[in-house]
Design a protein around this ligand. Structure first.
Ligand code: ARG
Length: 397
């Protein structure tokens, strides 16, 4: 009996995989695994219903808490960002792969199957985890192997009696988890097509957002958020609450051209209200407590971390090395940030921390603690080499 473990979202691609596994790949037994990383509950129910209708052995794994603790929190500490948006799909993929591996270890299987196409990034991320943790199992990717178009898939689904909710008219391709919602496809593929309001579900447009700012405080401990408006809550509840509050004020809409791993530029729209708010607040707190050279180096480290995460190299040794540095810096990233959420903006309006590297007494114009006369020596020597260069240039050409 040949068994395949299918990473199953309930969408068109992965649903089409079910009859394909049986009829074209020769698996007698299809096991579907749906991992809950905060996508709409209705999507998960739908996946379960379709799995039942198509007669698979189905597992739904609630991984939301784990996603927050082991994936989103590290992304906050590393200011996880790729080309100007908080990375979200990329940090969920390794966890989805991991949960598929866990099911495989429990119930057994000969191969994994996923619905990634050959164009995208997800094939790299998911397969890396599967190969790293379960090298003995084969991996099949029918969408990639058969090079099917969407219309061909829909046709195949109809012939095989696969229930499809997507019609050809429903053109947006959406990926959603707790940390963000990304929307692409359809006319959004024209880079100058202005995104219609209908693609956004988590955020209000500028016009519809309230006319007065929503003042908010966020408390951090060692680089992770622990309280909202002074009320302590777990990470999951905090992110969910903040997605609502910041979304209401239109925070977190991002429209970019994204360079994908295979070299394609893809136009992507994001809405990620909690992520934008928390990263803005986290950076503001770091600016208060870390030294200037630490901030300089951390910007480089964060960028490297984000690249590795984007590429799905979740167990790379460099990632562990970078995380060691990040962990050392985050010990002091505790304190409170005040923000105003207003018409699409999350604006920092205050910050405090017991670790603040800031002395009001030194910085104020009204203090004698800093003897200004002592600055003269430094000012005189400032740019010494540059001045010398200028003289030499005048003389030697
Ligand atoms: N920017 C995404 C990535 O990290 C794209 C994810 C897929 N998005 C989608 N709307 N289907 O690769």
């Amino acid at each position: 009996m040949k068994k395949v473990i299918l990473v199953y979202s309930g969408g068109l691609d992965t649903s089409v995989c079910i009859p394909m596994m049986r009829e074209e790949y020769g698996f007698d037994h299809v096991i579907t695994v749906t991992v809950d990383v905060g996508q709409p509950a209705a999507d998960i129910r739908q996946a379960e219903e379709k799995a039942r209708a198509l007669g698979t052995e189905h597992y739904t794994v609630d991984a939301k808490e784990e996603f927050v603790r082991d994936y989103i929190f590290p992304a906050i500490r590393a200011n996880g960002d790729y080309m100007g948006y908080p990375i979200s799909t990329s940090i969920a993929r390794p966890l989805i792969g991991l949960k598929a591996v866990e099911v495989a270890k429990k119930v057994g299987g000969d191969a994994f199957c996923h619905g990634c196409t050959g164009k995208g990034n997800d094939q790299f991320r998911i397969e890396f985890v599967m190969r790293a943790l379960c090298p003995e199992m084969a991996i099949v990717a029918p969408m990639r192997e058969k090079n099917l178009t969407r219309s061909e898939e829909i046709e195949y689904a109809k012939v095989k009696g696969v229930p499809i909710s997507q019609t050809v008219a429903k053109i947006w391709s959406i990926d959603e988890n707790l940390w963000g919602r990304s929307i692409e496809g359809g006319r959004l593929e024209e880079p100058d097509f202005v995104p219609p309001e209908e693609i956004f579900l988590w955020t209000k447009g500028i016009d519809a957002a309230p006319d007065t700012p929503r003042r908010l405080t966020i408390d951090f401990e060692e680089g992770v958020p622990v309280a909202l408006d002074g009320e302590r809550m777990n990470g999951l509840a905090l992110i969910q609450a903040l997605n609502t509050i910041a979304g209401e004020n239109g925070v977190g809409r991002i429209d970019i051209m994204e360079d994908r791993m295979l070299g394609l530029k893809v136009r992507e729209n994001y809405e990620c209200p909690a992520a934008v708010t928390l990263l803005t607040a986290h950076r503001a707190l770091e600016a208060l407590v870390l030294t200037r050279p630490e901030l300089d180096l951390k910007a480089i480290i964060d960028r490297k971390w984000s690249e590795l995460a984007y590429q799905g190299l979740w167990f790379d040794p460099l990632k562990e090395d970078l995380e060691a540095f990040i962990a050392a810096t985050q010990k002091r990233v505790s304190g409170t940030v005040l923000l105003d959420l207003f018409k699409g903006q999350a604006k920092v309006v205050g910050r405090r921390s017991p670790w603040a590297l800031y002395s009001e007494d030194l910085a104020t114009f009204d203090s004698k603690t800093f003897d200004q006369r002592e600055a003269l020596g430094m000012v005189k020597n400032h740019g010494f080499q540059s001045r010398m260069y200028l003289q030499l240039k005048a003389k030697l050409g």
